[in-house]
Design a protein. Structure first.
Length: 285
């Protein structure tokens, strides 16, 4: 599924109506800025701490989408119980555009998610794992794998990683189990993902490119850039959105042949060694 993938993960806080409106404005501007990545369909979803949710998606660009009643209804659903507000803009690659089930966010109960990227061996893996299929898009495979990975309603990181190892293509996945709505799982394979964290708002934004968020925040201070490693999986908690609850870096799986995993590993090791040397030097001083 190619296109754009943006969203806001909320931490626990009693926000004023004015603060919520401010954050919703930033989210909307980020969504509009991502339209060029996926002009054919747009969707949003909002999840609460009790697992209640709203979802709206239509085969139209974001500039038309934000004027729809359904968009306003989802945005009105945002309150201090919201854990995530996710959105997706879709670039159709031959799938049926008129089938709204193909658009994102996609719900395979109880997992709700968005996917950026594409898979080459979708049909093979559906058959290999004996997974059901209700849409025409490769993204469903990843959500069906997440459903198979559930343990007491929570997506097991270890089981999910085992399922996706045979995947060939590109994956960036944001998903949440409605039975575990306070934890949002992000899998960043070999697609771009940037994040911004605002400690005062207790909000973490994400988008494929930082410039989309830079445009949306309109110069507001304290939106700190947060690095997300390639080939990593993280779980972000509503209880404390500042730090991922769990983080696995450089989990190897069979993605694009020739993808420079070793290059990324060597680069990250060098950076880590440089950070450790800097800490050591400061300690000596």
């Amino acid at each position: 599924m190619c296109g754009g993938l943006v969203g806001m993960m909320f931490g626990k806080k009693r926000r004023t109506p004015e603060e919520r409106e401010h954050l919703k404005g930033i989210f909307t501007r980020t969504l509009l800025a991502s339209e060029e990545f996926g002009p054919f369909a747009t969707g949003i979803a909002c999840v609460h701490t009790d697992g209640d949710y709203r979802i709206f998606k239509r085969p139209m660009g974001a500039s038309r989408f934000v004027k729809q009643r359904g968009f306003r209804e989802v945005m009105d659903f945002v309150d201090n119980k919201t854990t995530i507000l996710m959105a997706h803009t879709r670039k159709c690659l031959g799938e049926k555009l008129g089938n709204n089930a193909n658009n994102h966010p996609m719900l395979i109960p109880p997992v709700l998610g968005t996917h950026l990227g594409f898979l080459y061996n979708t049909e093979e893996l559906f058959e290999q794992y004996g997974l059901p299929r209700v849409t025409d898009v490769d993204s469903e495979l990843l959500l069906q794998m997440a459903v198979r990975s559930l343990e007491d309603g929570r997506i097991s990181r270890e089981r999910f990683l085992e399922y996706i190892r045979p995947c060939h293509g590109q994956i960036l996945m944001v998903m949440v189990s409605l039975k575990d709505p306070e934890n949002t799982l992000i899998f960043k394979g070999n697609c771009s993902l940037e994040q911004r964290l605002h400690v005062h708002h207790r909000v973490r934004m994400y988008a494929p490119l930082d410039i989309l968020m830079e445009h949306a925040i309109q110069g507001e201070r304290l939106w700190h850039k947060v690095r997300t490693h390639f080939a990593s999986i993280s779980v972000h908690k509503y209880e404390d959105i500042r730090w991922p609850w769990a983080y696995h870096s450089f989990v190897k799986f069979e993605m694009d042949p020739g993808w420079p995993w070793d290059e990324y590993e060597e680069r990250e090791k060098a950076r880590q060694e440089a950070r450790e040397r800097l800490k050591s030097e400061k300690g000596e001083d």
